[in-house]
Design a protein around this ligand. Structure first.
Ligand code: PMP
Length: 449
């Protein structure tokens, strides 16, 4: 292997030769170049909502490529761009009718942040520059998104170059903030937002950004009932915009198209990405409300955000094809009903184990938190690398799951996310449970559990 090739493989944590080489995918399965088969239980990181090798989606992309790959935004609009805009606006409902399509989650979040800042600028409120976020959150790897991500270990190498942000307590009923009862988490955390806005001065705060169901930084943690409505009211009270980061939990992953639909709450601005084109092409979007667009258009003519590949035509064609299948095959409804069944199965089978602390999540976005002590909720010693071992055993057993863990904002822990394709069959969902059970049992037996 050449020196350059070594550099490329070192871009993962796993070291050279540690990862299999992908050959192809079909349905819920992936195959490596040795012919080994893997059941995709996590959609990579909750991306592949229609599985792999979907011919309808592939045909739509190929047909678009045969016409033209991309119409640059200052020269052309396109049918796929316009059609996808209609679909997303219809799916979001209410006033979330404006959007900018980008190449992925981080770009979508960056666009959300910039839209919030531009809105306040347009209204002459130039002091509203500060973002409030939460601990144990992941909003992306670009500098702006990283600056508001509650994941200290990932921020540390870049400290000093990141804009200052506020980080509130993680919203987690299983691990409430110190001294707070699980049933008080919603009120406590909402009050904390209000206190921080007042501490900073409302006229200095641009927006509050949060994941309705926390993904990579926590392992599919939904907020308790009532939390979203409380923070909506607080944001409104102080003119602070609410940004929902639905890059991972949105696009039907949680059994409603927008994750926040579940809470009956509409954000001012929202990001969506992974499930939008299901990994068939790179695609994300920042979606914003009419009331945010008004002042921006009046003052600047259009949002000052966008890139060369904004509204990429073939990516939008992929998005249209994926979303049409999601609608035609009633997959939002399927994710809601089958997700509830899958969660019950996990609870019945794994819930009683002495190393399973918490099973949570919504739809096809489920998290299992592993603990050394069920009573005290003491996590495993990080030196044991439990998440990583489960990843390795699952791979060996032919299952791809998404372990999260390590030290996230000082909170240790090991979690596994399951995020199967929306169209995974009942037999495939059963197989995910069987393979996960086997992998977990093998790892825990080795640890003497
Ligand atoms: N926001 C959330 C909630 C995410 O989960 C992620 C990716 N895991 C991002 C933003 C960043 O997305 P991307 O990796 O596509 O840039």
């Amino acid at each position: 292997m050449s020196k350059l090739a070594k550099t490329a493989s070192a871009a993962t944590h796993f070291g050279e030769g540690a990862l299999p080489k992908i050959a192809y995918g079909k349905g819920s399965y992936l195959y490596d170049t040795t012919g080994k088969r893997y059941l995709d239980g996590s959609g990579g990181p909750a991306v592949f909502c229609l599985g792999h090798g979907n011919e309808e989606v592939n045909d739509a992309i190929k047909a678009q490529l045969d016409r033209v790959a991309h119409g640059y935004r200052y020269a052309f609009t396109s049918d796929p761009l316009e059609e996808l805009s209609e679909i997303v606006a219809w799916r979001c409902g209410g006033g979330l009718t404006r959007m900018v399509f980008v190449s992925g989650g981080s770009e979508a979040v960056e666009s959300c942040l910039k839209l919030a800042l531009q809105y306040h600028s347009a209204k002459g409120e130039m002091t509203r520059r500060r973002f409030i976020s939460r601990q144990r959150s992941w909003h992306g790897n670009t500098l702006g998104a990283l600056a508001i991500s509650g994941f200290r270990d990932r921020r540390l190498p870049f400290e000093g170059a990141l804009t200052e942000a506020s980080f509130l307590s993680a919203v987690n009923e299983y691990r409430p903030p110190k001294g707070v009862k699980p049933e008080d988490v919603a009120s406590f955390c909402a009050d904390e937002l209000e206190r921080e806005i007042l501490r900073l001065g409302p006229d200095r705060v641009a927006a509050f950004i949060f994941e309705p169901v926390v993904g990579a930084a926590g392992g599919a943690i939904p907020a308790p009932a009532g939390y979203a409505k409380k923070i909506r009211a607080i944001c409104d009270r102080y003119g602070v915009l609410m940004i929902a980061d639905e890059v991972m939990c949105g696009a039907a992953r949680c059994g409603t198209w927008r994750a926040l639909e579940h809470d009956g709450v509409e954000p001012d601005i929202m990001s969506v990405a992974k499930g939008l084109a299901g990994g068939y092409m790179p695609l994300g979007a920042a979606v914003y409300h009419e009331r945010i667009a008004g002042p921006i258009i009046e003052r600047y003519g259009a949002p000052l955000t966008g890139h060369t590949f904004t509204g990429h035509t073939a990516s939008c064609a992929a998005g249209v094809a994926v979303q049409k299948i999601v609608t035609r095959d009633r997959l939002v409804e399927r994710v809601a009903s089958e997700g509830a069944k899958l969660k019950r199965r996990l609870e019945e089978l794994l819930g009683p184990r002495n190393y399973v602390g918490n099973i949570r999540g919504r739809g096809f976005f489920l998290g299992i938190e592993l603990v050394a002590d069920k009573e005290t909720k003491e996590p495993f010693d990080p030196a044991l690398q439990v998440s990583n071992k489960i990843r390795e055993r699952s791979f060996a057993n032919g299952l791809i799951c998404y372990p999260t863990g390590g030290n996230v904002d000082g909170i240790r822990g090991d979690q596994i996310i399951l995020a199967p394709p929306y169209n995974a069959s009942a037999a495939e969902l059963d197989e995910i449970v069987t393979l996960l059970d086997r992998s977990l049992t093998e790892v825990m037996e080795k640890l003497g559990r």
